[in-house]
Design a protein around this ligand. Structure first.
Ligand code: SF4
Length: 243
């Protein structure tokens, strides 16, 4: 949910680097919140996490992997049983189909192992650029900058990008940083988006980057306009549209 207009221009490089440096200090232990014990479990968890919280995925995967612990087992599973196990993650029919199909492909084409290249990962069912980036970064420590809804929103609010697509945001943000910091930057922006720079109404008064953020004034102006119209904050939060 985001009803706050994004800044129309990017901040300059010095400001962008200063913002990222503050976020790095604010989130020094940034890492994925998904619980996994192997590249296979991470891949399946990331596929399930689309349009779903990591916390919900973490509640779902223990039962899923207890029943289907390997690509061989999950690839041979009945779709209806997998649907039942992943139902709480949303879009469960499609996700069940994807994780069974991806598991079959891991067995048939990759010897039961998760491949460590973007091209191979993106050839699996349910795996797009974002999912492949997370798997490459987290499971294989390859530099990658995955753009999810939090990263897209926070990067725009900070003025790090004016990209209209995830690829555009990725291009703008990665151009600011050396490759070895791409993965950490992805985590800084996600954690900041979840904790403070939330979708419907960012909490700028708590934000360590507020003095450098071009959205702080936009947020204040938007909030003041709503107050003049007498829109209760809770109603504003409920009605704001998605990013
Ligand atoms: S100042 Fe406000 S809009 Fe800018 S990053 Fe912080 S919370 Fe988000």
């Amino acid at each position: 949910m985001n009803s706050i207009p994004f800044p129309k221009r990017r901040v300059n490089r010095a400001v962008a680097l200063a913002q990222l440096s503050i976020l790095e200090r604010a989130y020094p232990d940034a890492a994925t919140a998904l619980i996994y014990h192997s590249p296979f479990e991470l891949l399946i968890a990331v596929i399930l996490s689309a349009q779903c919280t990591d916390a919900r995925v973490n509640l779902t995967t223990p039962q899923l992997f207890a029943r289907y612990p390997t690509p061989q087992a999950l690839g041979a599973a009945h779709g209806a049983d997998v649907e039942r196990l992943v139902k709480s993650c949303g879009f469960y029919r499609m996700k069940a189909k994807h994780i069974v199909s991806a598991s079959r492909d891991l067995v048939k084409r990759f010897g039961g192992e998760v491949p460590a290249t973007r091209e191979a990962l993106e050839s699996l069912a349910g795996v797009g650029r974002k999912t492949a980036s997370v798997v490459l970064a987290v499971a294989f420590q390859e530099p990658a900058f995955a753009v999810d809804t939090h990263v897209f929103r926070v990067a725009h609010r900070l003025g790090l990008t004016t990209g209209t697509t995830p690829a555009g945001v990725e291009r703008d943000v990665t151009a600011l940083l050396p490759r070895e910091r791409w993965t950490a930057a992805h985590h800084w922006l996600i954690l900041h988006g979840r904790a403070i720079c939330k979708a419907p109404m960012p909490q700028c008064s708590r934000c360590p980057v507020s003095e450098l953020c071009p959205s702080a004034k936009i947020v204040a102006k938007t909030a003041a306009g709503r107050n003049r119209k007498g829109v209760p904050a809770a109603a504003v939060r409920r009605s704001a549209p998605h990013v």
